[in-house]
Design a protein around this ligand. Structure first.
Ligand code: NDP
Length: 292
């Protein structure tokens, strides 16, 4: 069994990104990312801190907007419009999920698609479906694809089952894997909560991508011998033995599954670091395109 090391691959991606940042710096440009966080969800706060820290480490300009949960829709829309017009900002993201009274879709629509580094704007979703190389692709599936390529996993002709059909992970993951070319050309099935006999579906797969949001949802019975498993899940479970009182686990029962796998990602240290690395890369791409 090979452990797919997301920290090592994300460091490679960040190294490539750094040289692109230097090329921009030579033209007097510093790539800038604006992150909007509405409310005080601790997991979202941790993600935003991480994004901010990585921007700083790469020498990128980062602006963090931590807005109270009482922020109105119009206030968020106004901020997005200001950031759309701000030449120092090349990427804008609104940390998901916002509080319930915020219409997330309307906020996504308001973001300039050229600054939509999360790839959630309908224009970018359509471009991904059309295999247009100018699409901004959501960072997590993009990171999963990069992990497969870096680990030397052949996707062409592979039977892949993606468990989860969200717009953030499952659907774009399936589109990337079925697209023509490197890291694609797979035969893709998407499974979800209504899938009958999930284990019989996933057991067909050469590659299983789990993006469910339920700890240990994928066990040994779901995986065929020699399969590759990419665990996207990040679930906080209580653990009084840790300082924080919780620990992070994936959607896959790692201990039960790992011995059957050809390769598998750990949680933490698998897909998580890739998401941030791809966000940095997307932001630099936005800066390159906006400043030609
Ligand atoms: P969503 O809740 O939006 O989607 C979960 C999907 O899983 C849904 O399509 C749902 O089906 C499906 N599902 C739920 N229960 C089952 C089940 N028992 N069997 C089969 N399918 C099921 O979650 P996200 O896509 O946003 O995230 C998925 C996971 O990935 C979460 O743990 C999240 O924290 C993590 N994540 C990690 C990131 C990273 O950087 N590593 C980034 C983003 C997410 P249905 O549509 O029918 O409800």
């Amino acid at each position: 069994m090979k452990l797919i090391d997301g920290k090592a691959v994300s460091a490679e991606v960040e190294f490539e990104t750094l040289s692109r940042i230097e090329a921009l710096n030579a033209r007097g440009i510093t790539p800038g990312l604006a992150v909007i966080l509405i409310g005080e969800d601790p997991a979202s706060q941790a993600y935003v801190r991480n994004k901010d820290r990585t921007c700083a480490a790469l020498g990128m300009h980062s602006r963090k907007f931590e807005l109270p949960a009482s922020t109105t829709q119009e206030e968020v829309m106004k901020l997005v419009r200001e950031l759309n017009a701000d030449p120092a900002i090349h990427g804008i993201l609104v940390q998901s999920p916002p509080p319930k009274h915020i219409d997330e879709h309307a906020v996504t629509l308001a973001i300039d698609p050229r600054k939509d580094v999360d790839g959630f704007h309908p224009l970018n979703v359509a471009k991904l479906a059309m295999e247009d190389p100018t699409a901004f692709v959501p960072c997590t599936p993009l990171g999963c694809q990069r992990l497969l390529i870096a680990a030397g996993i052949e996707t062409s002709g592979a039977e892949v089952v993606v468990v989860g059909r969200s717009l953030i992970v499952g659907k774009p993951m399936a589109l990337l894997l079925m697209a023509k070319g490197k890291g694609g050309d797979s035969t893709v099935t998407i499974a979800h909560s209504r899938t009958k006999d999930l284990a019989s579906v996933t057991r067909r797969a050469d590659i299983v991508i789990a993006a469910i949001g339920r700890p240990k949802a994928i066990g040994a019975e779901h995986i065929k011998e020699g399969a590759v498993v990419i665990d996207v899940g990040i679930n906080r479970i209580e653990d009084p033995s840790t300082n924080s009182g919780y620990r992070l686990v994936g959607d896959v029962d790692f201990d039960a599954v790992a011995h059957k796998c050809k390769a598998i990602t750990p949680v933490p240290g698998g897909v998580g670091p890739m998401t941030i690395a791809m966000l940095m890369s997307n932001t630099v791409t936005a800066a390159e395109r906006l400043t030609v």
